[in-house]
Design a protein around this ligand. Structure first.
Ligand code: ZN
Length: 80
């Protein structure tokens, strides 16, 4: 069983959460090209290792939060 530490509710089963994707820097709306917007909206790196991700606690506090997770071991390194 995988547990994720919600910053407001504490450690909970992963089935209580919804994965909201890798955290990627948003391009500047005033200068971004269509190619940069496409990359921001649709392309993901999906690396093996520590990734910064957004999660939503659907069965708990119903808040978004960010965590650093190792995709190889599912170990959570840091939560914000
Ligand atoms: Zn929560």
């Amino acid at each position: 069983m995988i547990q994720l530490p919600c910053p407001w509710c504490g450690p909970r089963n992963v089935t209580e959460f919804r994965y909201a994707g890798e955290r990627t820097p948003r391009p500047d709306p005033g200068t971004a090209t269509p190619r940069q917007w496409r990359a921001y909206l649709y392309l993901r790196r999906n690396p093996c290792g520590v990734v910064e991700e957004n999660w939503y606690h659907t069965a708990g506090c119903r808040r978004f939060f960010t965590l650093h997770r190792d995709t190889a071991s599912n170990a959570v390194k840091e939560t914000r």
